[in-house]
Write a protein that binds this ligand. Structure first.
Ligand code: AP5
Length: 226
């Protein structure tokens, strides 16, 4: 099974991708996570990407697409994958299709997690991350047991630099300008599954699993009728 998760910053792509990856035993590929690791390790990619990630702009396509294609070429994605944060514009969507068309099957669906701007801002401003194991918390929705300490590895939590108020505004504007058109791209391809994502995480997950339990061919037929 191959899935793409689309949605604005804070829509819950990472949260749902992690849960789906556990449930369905699929590789979770998050371009944001890959870029943050590259920045932390100060690799040549990380050095180039840093200024874009921290200001909320998109990292240039040639860098991100190369990184994703390399990742999609590894063995652990042979059974399928969940892409979280890619594609982010039409060009990336076209390049993904070009790459997948060279593989045995280009069948995949794109979930569009659609949450209100009020929800997005609350989620992003309250998010905290573990500096060591990258576990994701929320000050209100998923607080750690001990203030600012990771439940799993006891390391300190931090706020992503791009989760500061000014950068959140820019990320939402970049999303509306560059990524929202990808929703239409997938809708035209009859791949899009539109899901309201304001509800609590477990309810959104249940809804996704229910949809995915529908046999692939049936889902495709149902979508044609909508
Ligand atoms: P990336 O890391 O992908 O950030 P994003 O798309 O802005 O998405 P977020 O991680 O902010 O949100 P999310 O939807 O995953 O929400 P989450 O589940 O964490 O990208 C960062 C940067 O990297 C970009 O700005 C860009 O510079 C660069 N980049 C990445 N991909 C790129 C690409 N393809 N091309 C170019 N540049 C690229 O949830 C958020 C919070 O809400 C958490 O605290 C969570 O606990 C909580 N929460 C989640 N769901 C729920 C729920 N249902 N109910 C209650 N709380 C919830």
């Amino acid at each position: 099974m191959k899935l793409v998760l689309l949605g604005a910053p804070g829509a819950g792509k990472g949260t749902q991708a992690k849960s789906l990856s556990k449930e369905l035993k699929l590789a979770h590929i998050s371009t944001g996570d890959l870029l943050r690791v590259a920045i932390k390790e100060n690799t040549p990619l990380g050095q180039e990407a840093k200024k874009y990630v921290e200001s909320g702009e998109l990292v240039p396509d040639h860098l991100v697409t190369k990184m994703v294609i390399e990742r999609l070429s590894r063995e652990d994605v042979s059974e399928g994958f969940i892409l979280d944060g890619f594609p982010r514009n039409r060009q990336q969507a076209v390049e993904l299709d070009d790459f997948l068309s060279t593989k045995s099957t280009c069948n995949y669906f794109a979930f569009y997690l659609d949450a209100s701007e009020k929800t997005l801002i609350k989620r992003l401003s309250g998010r905290r991350i573990c500096g060591m194991c990258q576990a994701v918390y929320h000050l209100v929705n998923f607080p750690p047991k001990e203030d600012m300490v990771c439940d799993h590895c006891q390391s300190e939590l931090y706020q992503r630099p791009d989760d500061k108020e000014e950068t959140i505004k820019n990320r939402l504007a970049v999303y509306n300008r560059q990524t929202a058109p990808v929703v239409e791209y997938y809708s035209k391809q009859n791949r899009l599954i539109h899901l309201k994502a304001d509800a609590e995480a477990s309810l959104v997950l249940d809804e996704m699993l229910k949809i995915l339990a529908t046999p692939f061919t049936l889902l495709k037929e149902q979508k044609k009728k909508v």
